[in-house]
Design a protein around this ligand. Structure first.
Ligand code: ZN
Length: 179
């Protein structure tokens, strides 16, 4: 297994619409294993393939005791009640903002062997699933902030990042819970 470099805001792949996975082969399973290792090293609650430079519909989740890979995930229903919570992202380190999302979601996906499964989740796990599926559609949590807040946050973040490049290798010492 290997820890993969994580792409940060400004890297084009974060805005790409990820393509469906058709081949469930050893290459896919290796990528999933590497994504687990990368997420764990970064102490993340989720990681989407776009974040490691691969625009394919693959994400891993580890939130509230729910640990799984989801390939070609599709939300099948959203709860009617919404909840706001502070969100962060491994691709925008040190930036946090409140995002309102449905509290409960059901989704369908395939595992790394191509087997279809479905889950109904609430709380942090439901939030992580929505955050990661957004990544696969090129959407970032900052897109939900008000334009003013977003502008302010991104400027601050860019100043801090200045000159550090568009990827980084995660290490547990420098991480906070994010996806
Ligand atoms: Zn993220």
């Amino acid at each position: 297994m290997a820890i993969l470099p994580i792409h940060v805001l400004g890297s084009g792949v974060l805005r790409e619409q990820a393509a469906n996975v058709r081949e469930f082969d050893d290459d896919l399973r290796k990528l999933v294993a590497d994504m687990y290792e990368t997420m764990d090293t970064a102490l993340g609650v989720g990681l989407a393939a776009n974040q490691v430079g691969v625009a394919r519909r693959i994400a891993v989740i580890d939130a509230d005791g729910h640990r799984f890979a989801m390939i070609n995930p599709r939300i099948t229903s959203r709860g009617t009640s919404t909840v706001g919570a502070e969100e962060g992202c491994l691709s925008i380190p040190d930036l946090f903002g409140e995002v309102t999302r449905p509290e409960q979601v059901s989704f369908e996906a395939q595992d790394e062997h191509g087997k279809t499964f479905s889950l109904e989740l609430t709380g942090l796990a439901a939030r992580a699933v929505q955050h990661e599926i957004d990544h696969l559609d090129g959407i970032l949590f900052i897109d939900y902030l008000s334009p003013l807040k977003r502008q302010f946050a991104v400027r601050k973040w860019k100043r801090e990042l200045d000159g550090e490049g568009l990827t980084y290798l995660p290490s547990p010492e420098e991480s906070e819970a994010a996806g």
